[in-house]
Ligand binder design. Structure first.
Ligand SMILES: Nc1ncnc2c1ncn2[C@@H]1O[C@H](COP(=O)(O)OP(=O)(O)OP(=O)(O)O)[C@@H](O)[C@H]1O
Ligand SMILES: [Mg+2]
Length: 470
């Protein structure tokens, strides 16, 4: 059986915002540079036997790389998904967001009535046609969303078994960022999943199920023993005076970070301010591109529009793409530099590879369920770019960065946030801090510690049936 990948003209990390055009297939040539390790080959063997696998391991152990290897070599039809657009981009060409492939519109307050949720024809067709469903960055996947995916897969395939019999590869690290659950949603999650801080491993569809767990341990992204030890402690929620001293030795003080270093901050407004300042500092006059909305185009999950409504750019500005090109030339998150600003078109040079391309406005659609199908409630048209000097930690999970400037601002406030930020860098020398880190920036959720305590070595994990599920 030939390997086939289902990809989509996916546009942003927003849920419920779907391509205007129908999904298309990418017969992918996915280049993998490394031989797989013994640990990774165990996961591969489980998948070959048709067992669903949860592949865990710290940042930089080659989890996403393994996905690209599986896509290239595993016989069978496969869809590769991730919770955010940036994470999907990182999982490789043709990977799309969960919301995009499942055609799940945004819902305020969570997906709790999963069995009555309508399945779009296009989604049903894809779900019926695949043998494997791969999800990267599972730490960010909410259990209600995972339960909804399971229900839709089962119903679409007309088979009353877990995910309708699709073999799963669930990949991630629960020490990294947790799912976004807003404060007003926490009571609902506590009622449905037993905790306001709910994770994919709380999903009801996992109760009583057995998955093969493979934990990768060899870290490839970093090689320095010292930096690995620091990352191990920060990831595990442990901090010492010595680690603080080491990290705070990287505070910039009066020095400037190397050109091209990416600023990473917990706060979206801080990222926007930094982007704005960098644009101001460039010579020349800024040109503004105003997005056009029709109907109701509602942003989801508190995210902004896929591209800013007023996109202000100058020649020489550093930008990132906010959609995937239909020909695969760029994806959401690809970095570029602006070469020329036209009235309706912008020429940019893609940073890696360096090819110059001309970009025109892009159209996103917003959909809601409507009886058996979905209704397009509105569209948004804008140049698919945003400034790329600074990003939030949420947006960089999964990436490897050359040099980063951590801008702490008020604090790193979420479980795993500082760990994700630090572990993007390949060495401590490539990390710069605007302000000293404090012990309180290292946060870990007790529920994650407990989850790992209950996992022994590799082998099957049985998710227990809880009294509240019966
Ligand atoms: N088998 C391998 N041999 C050598 N290098 C590898 C191997 N697998 C991955 N790498 C390299 O290690 C780095 C991290 O890989 P990758 O992004 O897949 O890790 P990850 O486990 O997905 O990390 P994260 O949890 O941050 O998403 C990449 O630069 C990748 O090229
Ligand atoms: Mg990864």
């Amino acid at each position: 059986m030939a390997t086939r990948f289902f990809g989509g003209a996916f546009f942003s990390c927003q849920s419920g915002i779907l391509p205007s055009k129908t999904i298309y297939k990418i017969r992918g040539k996915v280049d993998v540079d490394h031989a797989i390790t013994e640990e990774q080959s165990r996961a591969y063997g489980e998948l070959l036997m048709g067992h669903s696998v949860m592949l865990l391991g710290p940042a930089g152990t080659g989890k996403s790389e393994f996905i690209r290897h599986v896509r290239k070599t595993m016989p069978g039809r496969m869809a590769v998904l991730a919770p955010t657009g940036m994470a999907a981009m990182n999982a490789g060409l043709g990977a799309v967001t969960i919301h995009s492939l499942f055609s799940i519109p945004p819902v305020n307050g969570g997906y709790f009535d999963v069995e009555s949720f309508t399945i779009r024809r296009r989604t049903a067709k894809i779900l019926k046609g695949i043998d494997y469903l791969v999800v990267d960055e599972i730490s960010m996947v909410r259990p209600d969303l995972f339960d909804l995916m399971e229900s839709m897969a089962r119903r679409a395939r007309g088979k009353e078994v877990f995910f309708g019999g699709i073999c799963l590869l669930l990949v991630g690290d629960f020490h990294q960022l947790p799912p976004v659950i807003r404060s007003e949603e926490r009571d609902l999650f506590a009622a449905h999943y037993g905790s306001g801080n709910a994770y994919l491993f709380d999903a009801k569809c996992l109760r009583g199920r057995c998955l093969s767990v493979v934990q990768l341990s060899k870290i490839f992204r970093q090689s320095s023993e010292k930096f690995l030890a620091i990352l191990g402690c920060v990831g595990g929620g442990r901090i010492t005076e010595e680690i603080l001293r080491e990290l705070n030795g990287r505070v910039l003080g009066g020095a400037t970070a190397p050109k091209g270093a990416l600023t990473v901050t917990p706060y979206r407004e801080s990222a926007e301010q930094k982007n704005h300042r960098e644009l101001e500092a460039l010579p020349g006059v800024a040109r503004e591109y105003v997005g056009e909305k029709t109907g109701t185009f509602q942003s989801a999950n508190g995210d902004d529009l896929p591209s800013p409504e007023v996109l202000s750019l100058k020649e020489g500005a550093s930008v990132i793409f906010t959609c995937n090109a239909s020909n695969g030339e760029w994806v959401n998150g690809t970095g570029a530099t602006v070469l020329r600003l036209g009235q309706r078109r912008i020429d940019v040079a893609i940073r890696r590879g360096g090819s110059a391309i001309s970009i025109s406005p892009h159209e996103w659609s917003h959909i809601i369920p409507d009886g058996d199908g979905y209704e397009i409630t509105g569209t948004y048209r804008q140049i698919p770019l945003r400034l790329g000097y600074a990003l939030t930690v949420h947006k960089i999970q999964g990436k490897t960065c050359d040099a980063i400037v951590l801008q702490r601002d008020r604090s790193f406030f979420a479980h795993g946030q500082l760990y994700v930020a630090l572990s993007r860098a390949t060495s401590l020398d490539a990390v710069y801090l605007t302000d000293p880190i404090r012990a309180s920036d290292v946060k870990i959720d007790r529920r994650v510690i407990e989850f790992y305590e209950n996992l022994s070595a590799d082998g099957p994990i049985l998710f227990p049936v809880l009294p509240r599920d019966e």
